[in-house]
Ligand binder design. Structure first.
Ligand code: NI
Length: 254
């Protein structure tokens, strides 16, 4: 079955129909969902969801755009949360220079701290990196992130940068952008990368694939992403589903 490696079902966009939507997942072929977190608040909601639904797992981490009020006490709390049995990764962590805030120095500080947290608790990392290709890679190389492993979520950089991450053993997270008219760069990365290092994700409620671009996204749209990968790789949709499910299980060690 399809393995959704990254979605945000704690988001208020799902407040009106969260339970009916999640209850429909398995009958629609979505076997497993990892709910990605971005802040203390979303971690609490995500853990609740994972307790309610056997097929939902959670990450534990603070997003670069949410680290402005982070402190040592919160880092300790994150460490405790990582021992929860359905916590499968530290994330999403990283750098996001799309907006000016929080400052680059603050983002780097808490990115590095959470890389060390992942090393300590022995969980893979879910990396969020936007408009920050060089700094992200520099930090990950300096801190030997290849010893920890994980996934570059919603991959948006070039093939050259992808090669670096693939050589470090990281997985590349492929989402709705692969269906966009202007998604050529991602399609080239998917063509180039070994299929054993690709995982699929929606980042719901964001980034709906075509033909639903701009609307609320959900894991039910993953077949559109599967289909595109199948076309690029010249294999069947069933093969893409099976291989990326196995990849996701290796990524999250399930
Ligand atoms: Ni996300």
């Amino acid at each position: 079955m399809i393995f959704e490696t990254h979605a945000h079902y704690d988001d208020e966009a799902f407040d009106t129909d969260r339970d009916s939507l999640l209850s429909s997942m398995q009958s629609n072929g979505i076997g497993t969902i990892v709910n990605a977190t971005a802040s203390k608040y979303t971690i609490e909601k995500s853990v609740e969801l994972s307790k309610k639904y056997p097929f939902i797992y959670t990450t534990i981490g603070v997003h670069p755009n949410d680290c402005d009020e982070m402190d040592e006490a919160e880092l300790n709390w994150l460490e405790q949360m990582c021992s929860y049995e359905k916590a499968v990764a530290v994330g999403e962590i990283g750098l996001d220079y799309h907006y000016d805030e929080p400052s680059v120095d603050l983002q780097k500080k808490w990115f590095e701290a959470q890389i060390e947290l992942a090393r300590k608790v022995k969980l893979p990392m879910i990396i969020h990196s936007r408009d920050a290709a060089k700094d992200t890679l520099d930090i990950m190389k300096r801190l030997k992130a290849e010893e920890i492993g994980g996934d570059i979520h919603c991959y948006s950089y070039s093939r050259e940068v992808a090669r670096e991450y693939l050589n470090m053993g990281f997985f590349i997270g492929v989402g709705g952008v692969i269906t966009f008219k202007n998604g050529r760069k991602l399609r080239e990365v998917v063509e180039y990368a070994p299929i054993e290092q690709l995982v699929i994700e929606t980042d719901s409620p964001y980034l709906s694939p075509e033909p639903f671009r701009g609307k609320r996204n959900s894991s039910l749209n993953l077949p559109y992403i599967v289909q595109k990968i199948a076309e690029i790789k010249g294999i069947s949709a069933e093969q893409v589903i099976e291989i990326t499910e196995n990849n996701a299980k290796r990524l999250y060690r399930l």
